[in-house]
Ligand binder design. Structure first.
Ligand code: GDP
Length: 408
């Protein structure tokens, strides 16, 4: 049984919490793409775990986790992250494995990343961690895969600084590097969770190019990155927040206008803790964009939506969601390819009545206020996809599951 979990917006949707929640019923968690620019926050028993590279299932002591083929791995960051987890009581040795096909991010890539950003036609606001450079070199067939460092012929052509870098970690890596394809073939009948990084709108092919990330963050990435075939996927979950956020540059049609919605923006930023886990940058915030969400559902065959952060709207009198764009005087529900069109898109909003009470303790969908259910049911009708999980707080137990998602 293979469940794929992707972000259905521009990342930071709360995937970490959802993967952590679902991992309880899984045998393994496989993070399929991305690098140390991603960031998940998991809160369990009042301990906050910050993850960048390590799959979210690591918090459960008995689960095996894999770092997938389409990941690009900064070894120094990985072992620093593992040190921190170890200090927090997480034992990872013997249960964290890495695909031998994943690529290495060498320290020199970070400098290159910053230099490239300076001469870009469109500065994209990169985190400067060398991720884009690693993916570029991979496509250029100049990258180095983790398994390659154990191949004498390839090791010998590494540059001296690269040799020095991998030598520091080689002994530890030897016990961690695996052929993921063989393992996935053997574990066909296990319950597996494939965890994406960032969000589908940051995918280089279907996202808001060029303001995207360089790794695949759409559902198809789970196949190449997780070493399974497309027909082996049993369910695709798209995680989205009750509003939208975005980090860095790029079009964002529903973004709050600081003059008119500045107060609301600050409230959401503080209650929703909308600051980047990796960079600490305040995230840009806006109303829920249903045009974009519907597009993402269609492009990824999402068959279960997971709504998070709905509790952030608890104190609001009313709330809005974007149901169409007005582009140069024409109304459309088609998600445009052109960045200029998306930048010029004026959101057409539908207003919903707020519920005006705390919903953080609600455990069952039927006990949610009618106004909350009305908002959720509108989203389902608009996208054509059922909202099967609802998260009403950052804790693991602040989660409502409406149907068994471990079924096809
Ligand atoms: P990810 O990258 O998609 O995993 O998202 P992040 O970890 O960056 O962002 C999610 C943040 O929101 C974390 O601090 C979570 O603990 C928190 N969070 C997740 N779900 C909810 C929710 O339903 N309500 C609230 N208030 N916080 C949530």
């Amino acid at each position: 049984m293979n469940l794929v979990i992707i972000g259905a917006q521009w990342g930071d949707e709360g995937k970490g919490k959802i993967v952590d929640y679902l991992a309880e019923d899984a045998d393994t968690v496989i993070r399929f793409s991305g690098g140390a620019n991603a960031g998940h926050t998991i809160v369990h028993n009042d301990i906050t775990y910050k993850l960048h590279l390590v799959p979210s299932g690591i918090i459960y002591p008995e689960k095996t986790v894999y770092m997938g083929t389409a990941m690009v791995i900064d070894l120094e960051s990985l072992f620093n992250e593992l040190d921190t987890l170890e200090k927090q009581g997480i034992e990872w040795k013997g249960r964290l494995f890495i695909s031998d096909r994943a690529h290495i991010v060498f320290p020199s890539y970070k400098q290159k990343d910053i230099e490239m950003e300076k001469t870009r036609r469109n500065p994209i606001g990169t985190t400067g961690r060398g991720i884009g450079v690693a993916y570029a070199l991979k496509s250029y067939r100049e990258g180095i895969r983790i398994g390659d460092i154990f191949d004498k012929a390839i090791y010998n052509i590494l540059r001296p600084d690269e040799k020095e870098y991998v030598d520091k970690y080689k002994d530890l890596l030897e016990k961690m590097v695996v052929n993921l394809a063989d393992i996935m073939a053997k574990e066909k009948n296990k319950r597996k969770l494939f965890e994406g990084a960032q969000g589908a709108l940051l995918d280089p092919d279907i996202g808001t190019y060029p303001y995207v990330s360089s790794g695949s963050s759409s559902a198809v990435g789970a196949c190449t990155g997780g070493a399974i075939g497309p027909l082996d996927i049993d369910r695709i979950l798209g995680v989205f927040k009750a509003y939208n956020t975005r980090v860095g540059n790029g079009p964002f049609p529903t973004e709050f206008n600081n003059e008119t919605e500045g107060e609301l923006e600050n409230t959401i930023r503080e209650t929703g803790r909308e600051y980047g886990v990796t960079t600490g940058r305040p995230r840009r915030i806006g109303y829920l964009d249903l045009v974009a969400l519907k597009y993402v559902c269609a492009m990824n065959s999402i068959n279960s939506l997971v709504l998070t952060h709905i509790d952030i709207y608890d104190d609001m009198k009313d709330l809005k969601a974007c149901v169409a764009y007005n582009i140069n005087g024409k109304e459309t529900t088609s998600f445009p390819t052109s960045i200029t069109s998306l930048e010029n898109a004026k959101p057409v909003f539908k207003t919903f009545k707020g519920w005006g009470k705390k919903i953080g303790d609600v455990k069952e969908y039927s006990h949610l206020p009618a106004e909350t259910k009305n908002y959720i049911e509108f989203i389902e009708k608009f996208t054509g996809v059922s909202v099967d999980i609802i998260s009403v707080g950052y804790q693991r137990n602040a989660t409502m599951v409406r149907k068994n998602i471990w079924t096809r």
